[in-house]
Design a binder for this molecule. Structure first.
Ligand SMILES: Nc1ncnc2c1ncn2[C@@H]1O[C@H](COP(=O)(O)OP(=O)(O)OP(=O)(O)O)[C@@H](O)[C@H]1O
Ligand SMILES: [Mg+2]
Length: 240
């Protein structure tokens, strides 16, 4: 199976969620990062971070551009065009021949350009006919961001597996608690998990436990989405 991990924006926790899904999966998992920006050769990119958190995960990065910008923009600054959606899809298919689960992590939000021709991660999902997993923020503003991204996915005829909150924060406020209950209704998508604050700082064994507790059964964990704000079971931050 191939799952395309997209975000409502940059820094929402796509890498953390990608690692959590890999950790909760029983079977061979690969992570594809079509374009890594903001990293120079030798520096750890998102795919390396997943390999660090989930040892044994196969990782593959197709292109790397040093400026911390959208891939097409960062590529242009070094005289390149970026990564074609068809090439990213080919790489994902190749990984899927050797692995039961391939996670394709985008860069920034869903419609950020990977290539000068306008290719986006949504085009990669379309090429593959693969479902999108939408990583979203926890706090105020996420209902709108998530509804917009869900509409963009649906408008392209793509399937969406659901949403996962990348970081619940240290002390979830009223907005976060209400969002946990409202996100499914507003987005029309199942909420499939919520990572506690501190998850990416865990060592691999602890991270695997956190992933199991923070992801819903369709993603290999045991987390249950709350139905009402008053019943929201907010996990404790992970103590480092
Ligand atoms: N649950 C969490 N608790 C604490 N920090 C987190 C959590 N999830 C993510 N972070 C931190 O937030 C930052 C952004 O997270 P992450 O790199 O996963 O986002 P991203 O969506 O993959 O970003 P990009 O668009 O750059 O790929 C990182 O420094 C990461 O360690
Ligand atoms: Mg990332």
């Amino acid at each position: 199976m191939i799952l395309v991990v997209a975000g409502t924006g940059t820094g929402v926790g796509k890498t953390a969620v990608t690692a959590a899904v890999a950790a909760a999966h029983r079977g061979r998992t690969a992570v594809l990062k079509p374009a890594q920006t903001g990293a120079v050769p030798g520096e750890a990119g998102d795919a390396d971070e997943v390999a660090h958190l989930v040892p044994g995960t196969a990782v593959c990065e197709l292109a790397r551009y040093p400026d911390p910008l959208a891939p097409a923009t960062a590529a242009r600054r070094v005289g390149r065009a970026g990564v074609r959606a068809a090439d990213a899809a080919d790489a994902a298919r190749a990984l899927a021949r050797e692995n039961d689960l391939v996670l394709v992590e985008g860069a920034g939000g869903l419609l950020v350009r990977l290539h000068a021709a306008g290719d986006t991660l949504a085009d990669v999902a379309a090429e593959l006919g693969a479902p999108v997993l939408l990583v979203v923020r926890a706090g105020l503003g996420t209902l709108n961001d998530t509804a917009l991204a869900a509409e963009a996915v649906a408008a392209r005829g793509l399937a969406c597996a659901g949403t996962v909150i990348g970081n619940l924060g240290v002390r979830p406020d009223l907005a976060v608690r209400c969002n946990l209950a409202d996100l499914p209704e507003v987005s029309g998508l199942p909420l499939l998990g919520a990572l506690p604050e501190g998850a990416p700082a865990c060592r691999p064994r602890a991270f695997a436990e956190v992933a199991q507790a923070a992801l819903a059964p369709p993603l290999g964990g045991r987390w249950r989405a709350p139905r009402r704000p008053g019943r929201v079971p907010v996990p404790e931050p992970v103590v480092r």
